[in-house]
Design a protein around this ligand. Structure first.
Ligand code: AMP
Length: 394
């Protein structure tokens, strides 16, 4: 068991909380504040327990100086202030006198947000390469370190692994919740346990398939990755996405686990990927040379529903169609509708799957929508996450 924020007396302590405020922003507007909202429990707990709260987060990627302005956390600070209903002191630098002065002035219950940790990547990737001098500097600003950034816990950066290796540490409520629900579902699932896998490439999901095929009762495969499996079965998929290097992997999985792997029996196909192209339903054994399969078809929705309706635990990673385009979001929407009505544990992996189901209007309809994309995948692969492994055990 990992130490948590509950295991410390926070009163009058400077508590550094690593959050994941990596939210989508366009034209100076936060498009989805889910990750900020998901961080509130830990921040509010720290405030209510008398901590001086120092927040760290990354936002986007910083490769050159022109990336700085677009990836400042100032908008996040404003949104956080609205959500917390209290002053958030935003310090627009990652180190130096200005920051140290702001921290010196802190009182019990006050909140400081430090500028994007990846500003430090401009000079030799200090944050992303877990630079010890940087971690030591940030550690000198606080007394206790709490990691609550689930979305970056699969990376070893100065603001998570570096800080945790220096300060007394624990996890926050968000990481605790994410890990508990995902690990419980994998290690001791209520059965039948069904996994829905979609998204673009088989390559990104090989580790997940290898790990979960042993544990799950059924794996329903849709999205771009389904067509590599259909090729492995000897079918023509026209111009659909095929991950040529992984056809043999798909063959092996189909040979060893034929009764667990459920593939599309029909598909929505078009000749172009846009909303005005003509869409047809094509059975999986009758896809034409010019066709691009971009969504599961109605018979596949019915087939998948039969498995979902008898399931007690469902984990879903990857949209089952090209869901950014309305014409090809029907399968993903239909599965959202089914899951939203089930009496089962329903978990949505982060990243593209989370954005798809939220954009389709199903934000509050599942047991859990993960805030991590890569981190969720690595947990589902059965890997250790360095940002969590480094935290002290009880
Ligand atoms: P991933 O990040 O691997 O979960 O992949 C998500 C992406 O897969 C989304 O951008 C989808 O548009 C894409 N995708 C889903 N189904 C298909 C498909 N049939 N053909 C091509 N791309 C797809």
């Amino acid at each position: 068991m990992k130490k948590t924020i509950r295991d410390y007396n926070l009163y009058d302590k400077k508590v550094i909380i690593r959050c994941d405020f990596n939210v989508p922003i366009a034209n100076n507007v936060i498009l989805d504040d889910n990750r900020i909202v998901a961080s509130l429990d830990t921040i509010e707990y720290a405030i209510n327990n008398g901590a001086k709260v120092i927040l760290l987060s990354h936002l986007g990627r910083i490769k050159e100086a022109s990336d700085l302005a677009n990836n400042s956390l100032d908008l996040v600070a404003k949104r956080l202030e609205e959500l917390l209903k209290r002053k958030v002191i935003f310090v627009d630098v990652t180190r130096g006198k200005k920051l140290e002065k702001a921290i010196k002035k802190m009182r019990v219950g006050s909140v400081v947000l430090i500028q994007n940790t990846r500003y430090e990547d401009l000079d030799g990737k200090k944050e992303s390469s877990n630079d010890l001098e940087l971690a030591s500097y940030w550690a000198s600003l606080g007394d206790i370190y709490i990691n609550d950034a689930f979305g970056t816990s699969h990376r070893a950066h100065a603001s998570n692994v570096g800080l945790a290796s220096i300060l007394p540490n624990g996890i926050g409520f968000l990481i605790e919740k994410e890990v508990n629900i995902l690990e419980r579902s994998i290690n001791n699932p209520k059965r039948p346990f069904t996994v829905i896998l979609g998204g673009a490439k088989v390559n990104d999901k090989i580790g997940v398939i290898e790990n979960l095929v042993k544990i799950a009762d059924y794996i329903l495969i849709g999205g771009g990755m389904a067509y590599t499996f259909l090729v492995a079965k000897g079918l023509n998929v026209g111009k659909s996405l095929v991950d040529k290097e992984n056809i043999d992997f798909c063959k092996k999985i189909l040979d060893n686990y034929s009764s667990k792997i459920i593939l599309p029996v029909d598909n929505l196909v078009a000749n172009e990927i846009n909303n005005s192209s003509m869409v047809r339903v094509a059975p999986s054994d009758n896809i034409q040379d010019m066709d691009i399969a971009l969504d599961i078809g109605p018979k596949t929705v019915t087939l998948f529903n039969e498995y979902l309706m008898k399931s007690k635990t469902i984990i879903w990673n990857g949209p089952v169609g090209f869901s950014e385009i309305k014409n090809f979001s029907k399968g993903t929407k239909a599965l959202c509708e089914t899951l939203s009505k089930l009496d089962a544990i329903t978990i949505i992996g982060g990243g593209d799957t989370a954005s798809s189901v939220i954009n389709l209007g199903y934000k509050d309809k599942f047991t859990h929508i993960s805030t991590g994309g890569g981190a969720t995948l690595e947990l589902l692969e059965g890997k250790d996450l360095p940002g969590i492994s480094i935290i002290s055990n009880l």
